[in-house]
Ligand binder design. Structure first.
Ligand SMILES: *[C@@H]1O[C@H](CO)[C@@H](O)[C@H](O)[C@H]1NC(C)=O
Ligand SMILES: *[C@@H]1O[C@H](CO)[C@@H](O)[C@H](O)[C@H]1NC(C)=O
Ligand SMILES: *[C@@H]1O[C@H](CO)[C@@H](O)[C@H](O)[C@H]1NC(C)=O
Ligand SMILES: *[C@@H]1O[C@H](CO)[C@@H](O)[C@H](O)[C@H]1NC(C)=O
Ligand SMILES: *[C@@H]1O[C@H](CO)[C@@H](O)[C@H](O)[C@H]1NC(C)=O
Ligand SMILES: *[C@@H]1O[C@H](CO)[C@@H](O)[C@H](O)[C@H]1NC(C)=O
Length: 450
């Protein structure tokens, strides 16, 4: 790299950090100038916003399973809070998902969280129902992951929940892949975790007969492309964020994140190319979808200019490191397996003791004297979705009651989504809660991602 280039990048970085530190909003045009990227305003004029630099605030993110979607969700939730937006949240009987795997219905949305700007909790996609619920300028986004890695992740994560996996002797993925039909029952509960999970989440047919699967998958991919303005790809997460940020006209500091809901390295297993081929054959529709949207992502990245994308990815990582330093003094809090995290607000849900999900723990003494406790925005960045959803429902309900005192008392007397159990669940705090609370609230259907 020439000295001149390095110099320009240095200037860009220091300018951006100056702007960030002063809390000013990055001016897209100015930023594009420094990044040497084409201006993104031209592509967004069709969205009907008030001005070229207004941030887009109506977003439907279809949260898929085991795809890094919890991290995207966390970005969206924090954006919503910062901008006083309303996030559609599930009624309590739906748990923290919108009654997944049932197809989404607007009836699953808690009345205190309407009309929404953003929706991001797990749901099975239904275009019609979402259109009924969301503003008509809503931008639809989702994320896909390479089918081999994704299926391995599903197999491990849901090993003790999904009957199709439970039947496999010794919990061996190879054994399952030898004769999937010996273990898989299409109509069974939780079967959607065992075949074409992405297709299912998108509202498609996971069990198309092999003879039609290919044609169906192509049709389905084209249909999804008309609905979703951006399909992110987990393998190119930061690159996908560059596109997301431009699509929504958001600032760089709106998309900073730390990875959430990961497994420890030793609960992942590496796959042979033979296994990957079998996984792709078994999940044929998902595989077509993935290849289709991965190609589409790279077409968009090339159109933007790969050098520009690369520079923005670097900027994103530097800004994130800076935020983490300012939040936690130096580096991220230690990653611990969920079972060892003392702060319940930060403990991710674990599907079984055999899968080590890791989360971030704050050492107790970090919140004691002599240490500035991490700011709220910092805690939220490492907060798992179940706890974050509960906090948001609480604050949105308060806001709703303030805004519509009469309407909310009517709702209460009619009992719409507002049962006694629901009231109990609306008592969150940042203090550690007894672990039974956690255990009770996580029973039932499955949750979380990656
Ligand atoms: C840049 O931002 C400033 C205010 O922050 C605004 O007045 C100006 O119009 C913006 N420039 C462009 C070209 O959008
Ligand atoms: C959000 O609401 C709070 C309290 O009503 C207000 O102080 C703040 O300025 C609002 N922020 C935005 C971005 O609208
Ligand atoms: C969006 O909805 C508003 C009112 O809700 C309506 O006036 C407008 O025409 C709609 N726009 C489109 C493109 O349907
Ligand atoms: C299961 O594992 C045991 C011990 O590792 C082995 O002896 C047995 O053959 C395995 N069963 C199958 C069906 O692979
Ligand atoms: C995604 O597409 C790019 C560009 O075509 C290709 O280089 C890459 O190998 C693909 N990634 C995967 C995981 O298939
Ligand atoms: C916080 O507590 C841990 C373990 O209890 C200890 O190792 C560490 O030194 C303490 N840190 C500070 C700053 O007191």
């Amino acid at each position: 790299m020439s000295q001149k280039k390095i110099f320009l990048i240095l200037i860009a970085v220091s300018t951006v950090s100056l702007l960030l530190h002063h809390g000013g909003h990055l001016n897209l045009t100015l930023e594009s100038f420094w990044l040497g990227c084409p201006s993104s305003t031209a592509s967004s004029t069709t969205l009907g916003r008030s001005g070229p630099s207004a941030k887009h605030t109506s977003v439907a993110f279809l949260k898929t399973h085991k795809t890094a979607s919890s991290t995207v969700q966390n970005i969206l939730l924090r954006f919503a809070e910062r901008n006083n937006l309303t996030v559609a949240l599930p009624i309590t009987t739906c748990d923290h998902q919108f009654c997944y795997p049932r197809p989404f219905s607007a009836h699953f949305v808690h009345p205190h969280t309407t009309p929404p700007d953003i929706i991001t909790n797990h749901l099975r996609f239904s275009r019609t129902e979402l259109r009924r619920l969301m503003p008509n300028n809503t931008i639809y986004i989702t994320i896909l992951r390479e089918p081999g890695a994704m299926f391995e992740s599903l197999f491990t994560y849901f090993n003790h929940h999904c009957l199709s996996f439970k039947r496999v002797p010794n919990g061996s993925l190879e054994t399952f892949l030898e004769h999937p039909w010996s273990y898989y029952r299409p109509e069974e509960k939780d079967s959607m975790y065992a075949r074409n999970t992405l297709t299912f989440d998108l509202g498609g047919d996971k069990d198309r007969p092999a003879s039609e699967a290919l044609a169906y998958a192509k049709r389905f991919a084209a249909e999804m492309e008309r609905v979703f303005s951006l399909v992110m790809i987990s393998e190119y997460f930061d690159e996908s964020l560059v596109l997301l940020r431009r699509l929504l006209s958001w600032d760089l500091n709106d998309v900073l994140y730390v990875s959430l809901n990961m497994r420890t390295a030793d609960s992942k297993s590496s796959l042979s190319s033979k296994s990957i081929a079998k996984i792709r054959a078994w999940n044929a529709v998902d595989s077509v979808l993935y290849d289709y949207f991965n190609a589409s992502l790279w077409r968009q990245l090339r159109a933007l200019g790969l050098a520009c994308v690369e520079r923005e990815v670097q900027l994103l990582r530097q800004s994130r490191d800076r935020l983490v330093r300012s939040c936690f003094g130096g580096h991220l809090p230690p990653l611990r397996s969920a079972a060892h995290i003392t702060n319940n607000q930060l403990r991710p849900w674990q599907p079984s003791s055999k899968v080590e999900i890791v989360g971030y723990d704050l050492p107790v003494n970090m919140t004691q004297k002599g240490h500035v406790p991490p700011r709220d925005e910092c805690l939220k960045m490492i907060m798992p979705e179940v706890q974050y959803t509960r906090l948001l429902l609480h604050s949105e309900s308060l806001r709703y009651r303030k805004r519509f005192p009469l309407r909310s008392s009517q709702l209460t007397s009619r009992g719409v989504g507002h049962t006694r159990a629901h009231k109990e669940s609306l008592a969150p705090s940042l203090n550690p809660q007894p672990s039974e609370t956690m255990a009770r609230s996580t029973k039932g259907s499955l949750r979380l991602s990656q």
